[in-house]
Design a binder for this molecule. Sequence first.
Ligand SMILES: Nc1ncnc2c1ncn2[C@@H]1O[C@H](COP(=O)(O)OP(=O)(O)O)[C@@H](O)[C@H]1O
Ligand SMILES: [Mg+2]
Length: 332
Amino acid sequence: MGTVSGVLLTGVGKRYDIVATFAQHGTVVAADPNPLAPAQYAATHRHAVPRIDDPDYVPALARLCAEHDLGAVVPLTDLDIEVLAHARADGVLPALVPDPEIARATYDKYEAHLLLTRLGLPSPPTVLPGEPVERYPVMVKPRQGSGARSIHPARDAEEAAFFCRYVEEPVMVQRLMDGPEFSMDCLSDRQGRCLNVIPRTMIESRGGESIKGTVIADRELIDLGRSVVEALGVRGPCTVQAFRDREIGLGITDVNTRFGGAFPAPVYAALPGRTYPELIFRMARGEQVEPHVGEFRAGRTFTRYFWQLELDEDLRPTGRDIVDPPGPPAPS
Ligand SMILES: Nc1ncnc2c1ncn2[C@@H]1O[C@H](COP(=O)(O)OP(=O)(O)O)[C@@H](O)[C@H]1O
Ligand SMILES: [Mg+2]
């Protein structure tokens, strides 16, 4: 067995940008049950694994870690964070995830609201269906939603009651925040120390993915991001979303203890050698990374688009692309 140094990414799905960036800095193994998950083709090695609810899921990941000398496991979706959190707590996987209670609470937006409030962190007024509402308008949101699924604004009690019945899953009723929305892309070490927070605007989102935005050096947002990840004891990446409401100021609307939907933004903004994948490789090798919160280049803007791979009859990438070379023309 060699030196432990590589990274295992789980549930890679369509997140080709994340896998490809990691692969530029070291050995990456992609694990996904779907043989057509495009992002696995950016990895050094790709492996099909059992479904998350299969009792062999964690043992299969542990075998991959041993076989490929992997020192960090990073989930790219919400779906296996809690399973990985238990495996980390049991000393079975070197996963960069929070404690199981935090993983569970942040998967449920109402539990997350209660937790943030208990920790003295700003969360918009939020109640369960049938409980009294302070004021309208509100947002009716699924407690375990993702990808901006089934979220409905309601102007009064009657509309709110309708959407609470209409949405076919447990929902909550949250004050509709009036003001700009931001995301903070954060990274913490294995001790729960915040290493960096990189805030960005959300100019345009589609299906929960931020597709246009600008990195900003907003002190209040940087401090809020750090307070959240340190209070929750986050390990690894975390994305905190907040609105700056014209009346009540900052309110946190979503905490995801994984990479956010706009992974390139903090990569563009990071100082040389300090992109989050590079820092995660250092953690995988057992190095201590010093916190450098607020050190990044503000003003970088990203605008995202779709791409694809051609696969042959055996589902191997052909290496062919519709443009040659791929990417933008060289500057003249
Ligand atoms: N309380 C709120 N007020 C206004 N807009 C909201 C509120 N909550 C959510 N939204 C909008 O819905 C989008 C998705 O909601 P979010 O809570 O981030 O859930 P998820 O990303 O898990 O689907 C947000 O990015 C935001 O634009
Ligand atoms: Mg969100």
